[in-house]
Each structure stands twice: as C-alpha cells, then as structure tokens.
Write a protein of this length. Structure first.
Length: 261
C-alpha cells in the first residue's frame, strides 16, 4: 500500500480564495487607476477563469471593450502593464489582511510539519504573489515550510499542462504515488493526474459545482469532514477537520479500488 510522504499544494482557490477576494478585486482597482470603465464582477470573472493566466484573461476580455487598443501589439502592452499593477495591488490587499487562508489549511500544514510529511507548492501564479500571501500568514521564514516551490516563472505552460507537477516531483525527488496534490479546479486536477499524482479536491467558490473526476476524495473544505466523498469514519475526538490520517485512508482506499476496477 502507498505511504503519504509529500503533500503538494495548489495556491489560488486552494490555500486561499485568492481569485474571488484578491486577484479579481486587484484587477478592478487596476482598471480604475488606468482610467478604464471596466469591472469584473464575480460571475464574469468566474467565466474568465476558464482561461489560465491573468494576462491571458485580460487579452481574452479586451475584445468586449471599445476602449481597448485596436491592434494586437498595443493590447499586449496594455495587458502586461495592467497585470503588473494588479500584482502590486494584490500584494497590498494581502498585507491589509483582506485574503485569509481557507479554514483548515494552516492546521493541516502544521500537522505536516509535526509529522514529517514534506510539503510543496505547484502553482502557475507568480512567485511575488505566493510570497505576499504566505509571508503574511506563515511569517518571514515561510519558505522553510516547503521542500519544493514551483511558481509561474518556473514553467512555460500553465495548468492543465502537467509541467508544474513534473517540476515539483523532480525537486522532491520522489514518485507520484508517494504524494497527494490538493487542488480546487478541474484544470489543476488534470495537471496532477497527468503525472499520476493522486488528488484531494477542496472545492472553492468558483468551482463549487464543477465536474471533477479522478480525485481520491472531494469535499467543501479542510475544516471539517462533513460533506466529503467518499465518507470517512467517525472523527477521533476532538478533531473534526480533515487530517493526514484521513488523507492516508483515502489514498489507500483509492489504491484498493483501482486494483479491483
């Protein structure tokens, strides 16, 4: 049977609701600063999330605005400028405490540290955004919490391409079946599964109803076991949250199912 040795975290939507409460808000602030009458509400931004990458979302959205530059070169320049300013504004939102960690995340991270389960991050968001969020919540030495860190600058292709996970596994120097990825979206799940990494799905605001396959377990959040499928046994008091024992159990059960499928 498998033994869990590494937990690989996605960031946006998984560690925190950064898309809804951070990036979307920062984009709108950037639009205001640039004098653009554009506004991405929650519903529209949710649709834009089908496009991986903030700069790419800007470019995809520009044809819907008459204020956008008419030629591709100028649109690219504007998209890069907006995206750079958005990242600065995002960092300010984090510093102001506007983007909390999702419930149960900090507790599971501390349990990993206490029990010697290595952690990694595999995200295609920028290193500056990762640093801003984790420095605020975990402290200046947050990097010491993780055995491997893969950010947008480290890859050429965004999820669902598996490059981020391929790179993370190389840095961890371990096999995929000794790992579990924590993701929130179909694109993230596809990226991990392309490298044979088992996936735990904590549904986020924008993917609460998304069809997701090939996960060892799916649930509404790490803060409690209620609502997770497959169901786990009764929690040993006093813990109600998802623990490493739960993840290990789902991992082992998924292997048994695959053997007899």
């Amino acid at each position: 049977m498998r033994t869990l040795r590494n937990l690989i975290w996605d960031l946006d939507g998984t560690i925190a609701e950064t898309e809804r409460d951070g990036h979307r808000v920062a984009f709108n602030l950037a639009f205001e600063e640039f004098g653009l009458p554009w506004h991405w509400d929650e519903a529209w931004y949710g649709r834009l999330l089908r496009i991986p990458g903030g700069r790419e979302r800007l470019l995809a959205d520009m044809p819907t605005h008459r204020e956008a530059p008419p030629d591709a070169r100028m649109r690219e320049i504007l998209a890069r400028s907006l995206h750079a300013r958005k990242n600065e504004l995002y960092a300010r939102l984090v510093e102001d405490g506007a983007i909390p960690l999702r419930e149960g995340v900090a507790e599971l991270m501390r349990e990993c540290r206490d029990r010697g389960v290595r952690m990694a991050i595999a995200t295609t968001t920028s290193r500056a955004n990762v640093d801003a969020l984790l420095r605020h919540h975990l402290g200046a030495d947050w990097r010491e919490w993780f055995a491997a860190l893969v950010c947008g600058e480290d890859v050429q292709r965004k999820k669902p391409d598996p490059e981020a996970y391929e790179h993370a596994l190389r840095l961890l120097d371990d096999g995929p079946l000794r790992c579990v990825a924590v993701e929130d979206s179909p694109l993230g799940v596809a990226a991990a599964r392309a490298m044979d990494v088992p996936v735990l799905v904590t549904r986020s605001a924008y993917f609460a109803e998304a069809t997701i396959e090939e996960a060892i377990a799916i649930g509404p959040g790490l803060h409690e076991r209620a609502g997770w499928l497959p169901e786990r046994g009764a929690a040993p008091a006093p813990s109600r949250r998802v623990t490493l024992d739960d993840i290990e159990d789902w991992l082992v059960r998924s292997e048994v199912v695959s053997q007899y499928a």
